[in-house]
Design a protein around this ligand. Structure first.
Ligand SMILES: [Zn+2]
Length: 251
């Protein structure tokens, strides 16, 4: 066995704990056997910011999960909106996400949170990619390892904003979220960029070294195949760029 993240083998590390690819606290039930206990612990451990990478993911997606959840389908209760970072304001039946007061004027905190969210997204992507497709050991993925596991560098994550609130969900998908790679035709991928759909949100990001030209090319092709279904593509700078409360369902 060889760890997907640190390349260490059973000689140096153990592989005893179940490494959930999608946080268990978010309903994830799949795990990756190629993640060593050290790396698994790293993602679940509180960092300098007093939250873990897993929490940065869970405490944000939990809101979309709740919005998509249909109690008639569910076997498990998934609880009320609760997030360490956000609160929901409701007016005339419309929900709006705001950053909790204690963090609202702390720009640095918000930047770190956005960064850790992106790292969490990559963690989930990479472990699921390896689990579903059996790839990931290639050196081309080092940019993912450096960013997600070792907190080095920065990678852009693009959020595609939907034009309509019509999403296709599997029964109980909100309860047990699934990470999709090629489910829909509007998800674009090439050697250097990939796109995923998770809890109805579509994200795109680099998975290997790229230059400005590659990036422009990717954006152009990706937007082209999304053909009216998405109205906007933006590089995430703040978590409020993401429609976690799924306002689009009201329109
Ligand atoms: Zn490892």
């Amino acid at each position: 066995m060889k760890c997907l993240w640190c390349f260490k083998t059973e000689i140096d590390v153990t592989f005893i704990k179940k490494a959930h690819t999608i946080p268990k606290s978010l309903g994830g039930q799949k795990y990756n056997n190629n993640v060593c206990d050290e790396c698994n612990k790293y993602f679940g451990e509180k960092g300098d910011d007093k939250y873990s990478i897993e929490e940065a993911l869970k405490e944000t997606f939990v809101i979309s999960r709740k919005m998509l959840y249909n109690p008639k389908d569910g076997k498990r209760k998934i609880g009320e909106f609760k997030s360490r970072f956000f609160e929901i304001k409701e007016r005339k039946g419309r929900k709006r996400l705001i950053i909790k007061q204690s963090f609202r004027f702390n720009r640095q905190f918000q930047q770190r949170l956005c960064r850790n969210f992106k790292r969490g997204l990559y963690k989930m992507y990479f472990e699921e990619l390896n689990r579903q497709k059996g790839v990931g050991y290639d050196n081309k993925y080092d940019i993912i390892r450096n960013f997600a596991r070792y907190d080095r560098g920065d990678l852009p994550v693009i959020y595609f904003e939907r034009s309509f609130g019509a999403m296709i969900l599997f029964k109980r998908e909100a309860e047990t979220p699934i990470l999709f790679f090629d489910r829909m035709e509007y998800l674009f991928s090439n050697k250097t960029f990939d796109e995923i759909e998770f809890l109805s949100h579509v994200f795109g990001f680099p998975i290997g070294d790229f230059n400005e030209n590659d990036f422009e090319n990717y954006m152009h092709k990706s937007i082209e195949i999304k053909d009216g279904l998405f109205k906007n593509a933006l590089i995430i700078k703040s978590l409020l760029d993401i429609d976690f409360t799924l306002k689009v369902m009201n329109d």
